[in-house]
Design a protein around this ligand. Structure first.
Ligand SMILES: Nc1ncnc2c1ncn2[C@@H]1O[C@H](COP(=O)(O)OP(=O)(O)O)[C@@H](O)[C@H]1O
Ligand SMILES: [Mg+2]
Length: 355
């Protein structure tokens, strides 16, 4: 079979003029080497600059992509040169269930949106808990979910327009919902080229519209989660303040390190977030010590802990995060502080150093 590759350079000549990027010539030679290594035939290249082809990125994707290339590979997908990304992609990850991933992802997305950041939340768990908290009554009635979108990419079908499936929630967050169909993704990813990049490919289609994209993850490692780690800029690891949760962290860090070292060098850990904490108890002190001793030299640990409060579980019944449901609740206040900490400059520097 004849394969063609349309290679698309996202960096413009303007960046080059300002000395921010490799020269276009260098980018081209990197592309050609990549194509050769992967036995792709390059028949044309497009540079994201109006004077060259007279099309902006969106038109380029819409008009050129369907007619010509079979593979349309953004330059930024396979280089670590992901400069000035439009959105920061933060995944909330832990292989263990019930540790506060969904509470953290939905609350963080809400708070970022409340603070004026354009925020999307991708529900990447077949249980659809983020979708439910965000107001979806019956996830199995959804026509388009993250699974449908990824499936279309796998089958080389065009994606529907984001307006047709993104749910604008009452909290101001744009939701890409999920339902139980996502459980089939692992199977569908077999025998697909670039299969670890399918989620990146999808996120690239919406990323220009947001400042932050938060991904609420499923509680297991596997091909779908490798997709998450390939696509994310950083991860937050919520950990319930109990011993077994803390011990599971070592396993997760091994996966992170493997992906970070071999594939996505750009990936960072924002930090471990201790959730469902009961301050001033012996257990809490022990867990803290275990985490500090085991990880503090390698991974940032958020100073803010999220206390346990039954109101967090209760807020789910009202399709709200704790910060909407009861902003004065200690867990809500802690989530506000955690967001301050995440966005602070000193935190950003610490996370940059983590590897
Ligand atoms: N700080 C908290 N205090 C009390 N309950 C919490 C807290 N955070 C989450 N929960 C509850 O614990 C359960 C598991 O949390 P969840 O965020 O769904 O975890 P995960 O997504 O990791 O499975 C849910 O019922 C949730 O409402
Ligand atoms: Mg969850």
């Amino acid at each position: 079979m004849d394969y063609h590759a349309g290679l698309y350079i996202r960096l413009s000549k303007e960046d080059e003029r300002e000395g921010q990027s490799e020269s276009v010539t260098n980018q081209l030679s990197l592309l050609t080497a990549f194509a050769k290594e992967h036995k792709l035939c390059v028949f044309d290249t497009y540079i994201d600059d109006d004077d060259i082809i007279g099309l902006n990125q969106k038109t380029l994707k819409k008009e050129v992509l369907p007619i010509k290339p079979y593979f349309f590979i953004p330059y930024l997908l396979f280089t670590q040169e992901r400069r000035t990304p439009m959105a920061k992609i933060i995944a909330v990850v832990n292989e263990k269930g019930g540790v506060g991933k969904t509470a953290t992802a939905t609350t963080l997305a809400y708070l970022l949106s409340k603070r004026g950041h354009r925020t999307a939340l991708i529900d990447f768990d077949g249980q659809g808990h983020s979708s439910i908290i965000s107001g979806v009554q019956n996830t199995n009635k959804l026509e388009i979910t993250i699974n449908t979108l990824l499936r279309r990419l796998i089958e080389d079908q065009p994606l529907p327009a984001p307006e047709s499936y993104i749910i604008q929630t009452a909290s101001g967050v744009d939701l890409v919902p999920s339902n139980t169909q996502l459980f089939t993704l692992e199977r569908n990813l077999c025998n697909v080229d670039f299969r670890e990049r399918i989620l990146s490919q999808y996120v690239d289609t919406i990323k220009d519209n947001y400042d932050y994209i938060i991904i609420d993850c499923m509680p297991q490692m596997g091909k779908p989660m490798i997709n998450v780690m390939m696509c994310a800029d950083s991860i937050i690891i919520p950990t319930q303040a109990e011993l077994l949760s803390a011990q599971g962290l070592a396993e997760l860090l091994k996966h992170y390190q493997a992906i970070q070292k071999n594939s996505n060098h750009h990936l960072r850990i924002e930090g471990i977030l201790i959730t469902m904490d009961s301050p001033n108890t012996i257990l809490s002190a022990q867990v803290n010590e275990l985490i500090q001793r085991g990880f503090a030299d390698r991974v940032p640990i958020f100073k803010t802990h999220i206390p346990r409060s039954i109101k967090v579980a209760e807020s789910v019944l009202y399709h709200q995060t704790i910060c909407e449901f009861m902003p004065e609740n200690p867990a809500a206040i802690a989530y506000e502080r955690f967001t301050d900490e995440l966005l602070s400059e000193s935190h950003t520097k610490t996370a940059e150093r983590s590897a």
